[in-house]
Every structure is written in C-alpha cells, then in structure tokens.
Design a protein around this ligand. Structure first.
Ligand SMILES: Cc1ncc(C[n+]2csc(CCOP(=O)(O)OP(=O)(O)O)c2C)c(N)n1
Ligand SMILES: [Mg+2]
Length: 624
C-alpha cells in the first residue's frame, strides 16, 4: 500500500478537505473550512498545515481568522444550523486559555445537536518540556489537561497521544458529526508536539469519503401504536421542534397536520417549521408561547412531539399540558428524546416518520370543530401581534415595535438571528415566520455573545440571504468582536443593537422572584454605595464604528425603519442602534417558568414572590 509522509497537523487538514456528507442524493463538503487563532499549541502543527493548504493549487481546507475562540465555535455551530447539519466548520486553537475558550461553544453545539469539529492544542505528549506555558498540572494525574473539560460537553472526545491513533479517531469523529441522533461537538485534542510529528500514512486515508446521513424509517409496530393513540384523540396538538427543520420535514409536517386536522405549536428551534398566518399554525408554545398554542396545549388530550427535546421552556416547566390524562407520542431520531414524557416512542427520521404516520392514519382526521377553533385562536393571536408591532410607545419605542419593523423590512428568505436576553422570548411570540431557515434563535444554551458570531457563521453558510442579527446591549458587551471578522472577510451583516441599559430580561425575572432588579441595569455606583446612579455612558454605536462597521443611530421607530432599510440595502456590515424601554414587555400568554424563589427572606418582596411561587407550583405536574 502506498503511503504519504505528513505531520499529524497536515494529515488532519488533508483528511478533512476530503470528507463529504450525503442525504437524498445531494452531496456537500462536510467541513467547509477552519476557524483558527494560533499560539504555541497549534502554530507549527495545524497552523502550518493550513498555510500549506492555502498555498497549494489543490482545493484544501480554507482558513478564517477569529477574534475569540468561543466565537469561532459559535460561528461554526450557526454555520451547521444554517446548512441543516449537512456541513460544518472546524476550529483550531492553541493550548490552555485558547482551548478552554471553546468549551462554552462546545456545550452550545452539543445542547443544540449541532455538529462542530474542535481541534484544541494540548500539552506535550512527551512531557520532556513540562510544564509548558499554560499547562495545568494535576499532581495525581499527569495525563489530565484542561482539555478534559471538553469531555462532558462533547459527543465524541479523543486525545491523539500518538500519530497511529489519528486514523481511527478521525473516522469516529466524522461518524458522530454526521449521525443525526448523536451529533454535537466533536473534540480531537492534539498535543502540540504530536501535531508537528511526521508519520507515514496510508494513502487510502486521504481518499474522498462520503458520510451518508440516513432517513432512518420508524419501526412499523411503533407507528401502529402511535396511530392508535392519535386516533383516540379529540383535541390533538403537534409540537414541532428543531428536528423537523434539520430533517427538512416541513412539507411532510404540513401535509400530516392538514390531512389529520391537527394544529401545530412550535418550540424555539422549531419556530420556522410553518408560516405564520397558516390557519394550522398556533405559533410558539410554552413559557414564551402564544395564547393560541398555550390554550390548545392546556386542553390537549394527545400531544405529538416531533423533533423536540421537551425543554422546560416548551412545557412551561410542566404546566402547559393541563389535562391530567394527556398522552404523548414522540417522533425523534434520538431514542433518548423519543422516550420522554412517558410517550409512545417513534424513533426515526422526522420526515420518514411523519410520512409513515400519515399513511397509518389515512382517512382519519380530528373533528372539524377542533381545527376551526385552532384557526380562530391563531387569528386572534395574529391580531395581538399586529397591535404589539404598532403600539407607538413614547418616548422610547417598545422592543416589540423594533421586532415588527425588522420583520417588515426583511424579505421572504432573510434570516433573523438571536440568542439571549428578552428578545428570544419576544421573537418566539411575535416573529412572523416565512421560511424554515428564516428564524435562527439559539435557545438551547441561550448564550450571550452568540449573536454576532452566529450571524457571521449563518451568513458564511448562506451568502444569498440577508442576516439580521438582533443583539441586546448586554450580549453586545459580552462579545461583539466578530464584527471585525465580518469586516475582514467582507461578510455583510445587518446588526440591530437594542439598548435598554442592562438586562431587561433578568431585570423582569429578578422582580418576579422578589429580587428588585438587583444587579441588572448598567448604572454608576451611587452615593449610597449601590449600583443605582446614572446610566453608564456606554456608546455602543461608537464602539461598533471603532471596529470598522458602518453605524446608524435611530431614536424613533420611524428613524429606525429608515436606518434599517439603508442597512439592508448597504453592501457593508451595518449596525443600527436603538434605545428601547426595558419595562414594556411583549403581550402575555399566562405561561409560567420555574425559577426557584428564596424560601426564607428578610425582604417582603421576596416573601411575597415565594408565596406566589408556591401557588404556581401547584399547577406543575412533576416528572410527567
Ligand atoms: C453567557 C451568558 N451569561 C449569562 C446569561 C444569563 N442572562 C440571560 S439574558 C441576560 C441579559 C441579557 O442582556 P441584554 O443582551 O442586554 O438583553 P436584554 O435582557 O436587555 O433584552 C443574562 C445575563 C446568559 N444567558 N449567557
Ligand atoms: Mg439589554
């Protein structure tokens, strides 16, 4: 067998450039490129290999420079989400802080079931030079490094102590990245000396390889069991999650819902599954749900979850399904999720399973009155949205109006992207969806700082779409640095910075648990020694301008509309800054979220909140 002599770094880069994914006969590059920040842990290994790839006439792995390793992983995760997990990016870091900066991104990717490939540098395998700069020494375990922190947040982890270990690790890594049930962060820790070490690799390792992403059909017996339960339903409800989008099953979902006359409620990741305005679309469910979906949920006797992991936001901490006899059917590619809520588990690909269920239920549909009632509830919520979009609150606009303008100014296939703060909940309730990929709110980890980095990844994955990043002032201050990368790469984003001088979301939450908005607004320390002075004079628009992007400042909602149109039509990344009133929330839907309140307290506000909490807990059905 012929062999090729390369370093471990060169072998990794050459291997990754030759991997493909395939589903429904369509082939994609599996790893489209590599973000990297170099240090002594990767500069001579993966870094040198990326340079050779860039200089080679062969199409190799493309390199992008990041500002922060966490942001690189966010960009990779957003890229994978935008591509429905068929393609992703790799991220290379140095050892120590560069590596651990990626741990948060790894957790985000794994929780959202998004494939990302992480290549942190690691300490010397030979240990001759120990302790190397940035090495954590563990007195009782010399094979432990900071990279062991990746283990609990990765779906696959390996450390390549010797070159011989690399081929099997690479193959296993690709398998996990392309397995729809197992995917998440995949981490190959690469000791810095091993990265630069040469080895004779079998040429076979570098041939083009296709990883087939299956549409695993469900077990017919499980489909029959599920169909029996659904046929018994009088008030059924579908809850569509992100799995429907990743499986590209939105048409199958619509056909199934229509044939059976079952309304569809949506989780955050599943919000794009149906067009708002479709009479069968009840919209957001749960703690940030619509009155329509939550009322249907309260009365549902059978709930069909499709591609959802039943987070507490979806179930409103197990209060939204109020019928004590409610039964669940769970369609999920992951057996782990299919078994939740003591449901009838239908394990398989969402599209394949929905088609099988539609076949098994052919000729059956829920009572027409149920469908009509759902349509009526949905229409009423749409009127609520219209009112929220047009309140014209003074002197500073409400956040819902800002969302309304972004919705109107953005086009059919454009993308709205957000992650943390009060906007995800408001967007979940109020955003009018058009296209399955048009709604990108990262709410599995709800990670402040994902927004701009994620926007970069989404735009790299879909250059033909306008990406509208919605970022709060808190999230902006946590990590806006990838604006620089967007400028560097000529990647155009529209960034809407909603400034309410602190954490509106946690301020409201704090008030609801009796903690008086403590520590949630950006104010000077006052004479009383507390953070209750004037607002901090932070100028985020000026900050963005200093990073090289164009900036528009808007004061009124009309100015905002004009600025946003200009930003949309511009060919450079533009940040539109607007101040909103943190005290005006989105329209309510009477949903609850379980956030524990201090059981004993000096403060009357806390004692009152505890009493309300104990009352609310009575509605919770624990465990099931
Ligand atoms: C990395 C991280 N740290 C802390 C939190 C908890 N948290 C959720 S929202 C939020 C405040 C967000 O502030 P901002 O971006 O200004 O949005 P706003 O709440 O004002 O809408 C915080 C601290 C988080 N989600 N992510
Ligand atoms: Mg804020």
């Amino acid at each position: 067998m012929s062999s090729i002599r390369l370093t471990v770094g060169q072998a990794v880069v050459r291997f990754l450039a030759a991997q493909y994914s395939e589903r429904d006969g369509r082939r994609h590059r599996l790893i489209e490129g590599c973000f990297g920040i170099f240090g002594h842990g990767n500069v001579a290994g993966v870094g040198q290999a990326l340079l050779e790839a860039e200089l080679s006439p062969e199409p190799g792995l493309r390199y992008w420079q990041g500002r922060n390793e966490q942001a690189m992983v966010h960009a990779a995760a957003a890229f994978a989400r935008t591509r429905n997990r068929m393609s992703t990016l790799a991220c290379t870091s140095s050892i120590g802080p560069g590596a651990t900066n990626m741990v948060t991104g790894a957790a985000l990717a794994t929780i959202n079931r998004l494939p990302v490939l992480l290549l942190p540098g690691d300490v010397f395998a030979t240990r001759v030079a120990d302790p190397v700069l940035q090495q954590l020494e563990h007195p009782a375990a010399q094979d432990v490094s900071v990279n062991d922190a990746f283990r609990p947040v990765s779906r696959f982890f390996d450390r390549i102590w010797r070159p011989e270990q690399l081929p099997s690790a690479l193959l296993a890594a690709m398998r996990v990245l392309t397995d729809p049930a197992e995917t998440g962060a995949v981490t190959l820790a690469l000791p810095q000396d091993v990265q630069a070490e040469a080895y004779n690799w079998p040429a076979e390792l570098f041939r083009g390889r296709v990883w087939h992403v299956p549409r695993t059909p469900p077990d017919p017996a499980a489909v029959a069991r599920a169909a029996d339960v659904i046929r018994s339903a009088r008030r059924p409800l579908i809850v569509a999650g992100g799995g429907v989008i990743y499986s590209e099953a939105t048409a199958a979902l619509r056909a199934f819902a229509d044939a059976c006359g079952i309304p569809v409620a949506q989780t955050q990741a599943g919000k794009g599954t149906m067009r708002s305005g479709d009479p069968l679309c009840a919209g957001a469910i749960g703690a940030t749900g619509t009155t329509a979906a939550n009322e249907l949920a309260a009365q549902a006797d059978v709930v069909i979850g499709v591609g959802t992991r039943w987070s507490d936001f979806t179930t409103a901490s197990r209060t939204v399904f109020a019928d004590p006899r409610v039964r669940f059917v769970n369609v999920n590619v992951a057996a782990f999720d299919a078994a939740k809520q003591a449901g009838v588990a239908v394990v398989g690909d969402a599209r394949a399973a929905l088609e099988a269920l539609a076949g098994a239920l052919a000729g059956w549909s829920a009572e027409p009155a149920h469908r009509a009632r759902a349509a009526d509830l949905a229409a009423r919520w749409q009127a609520t949205v219209e009112a929220a979009y047009t309140t014209r609150h003074q002197p500073r606009p409400a956040q819902a109006e800002v969302i309304g303008v972004v919705n109107e100014v953005s086009g059919e296939r454009d993308v709205v992207l957000c992650a943390a703060g009060s906007m995800p909940g408001d967007l979940h309730k109020l955003w009018r969806t058009r296209d399955p990929g048009g709604y990108h709110v990262e709410y599995g980890y709800s990670c402040m700082g994902y927004e701009i980095a994620g926007g970069l990844g989404a735009k790299l994955a879909a250059p033909d779409r306008e990406v509208f990043v919605m970022v709060g002032d808190g999230s902006y201050l946590m990590m806006a640095t990838e604006l620089v990368t967007a400028v560097q790469e000529g990647v155009k984003l529209v960034v809407v910075c909603v400034d309410n001088h602190g954490f509106a979301s946690i301020g409201n939450l704090s008030e609801s648990v009796g903690s008086q908005r403590f520590g949630t607004s950006y104010r000077f320390r006052g004479r009383d020694g507390r953070l209750d002075g004037d607002y901090l004079p932070v100028d985020l628009a000026a900050n963005a301008a200093s990073l090289g992007v164009d900036v528009q400042r808007a004061r009124t909602i009309e100015e905002f509309r004009q600025a946003l149109v200009a930003a949309r039509d511009a060919d450079r990344t533009t940040l539109v800054h607007i101040e909103t009133d943190p005290l005006v929330g989105a329209p309510p839907s009477e949903a609850w979220w379980d956030v524990p309140v201090a059981e004993v307290a000096e403060l009357e506000s806390t004692r009152d909140a505890r009493a309300a909490y104990e009352k609310a807990k009575e509605r919770q059905s624990p465990y099931l």
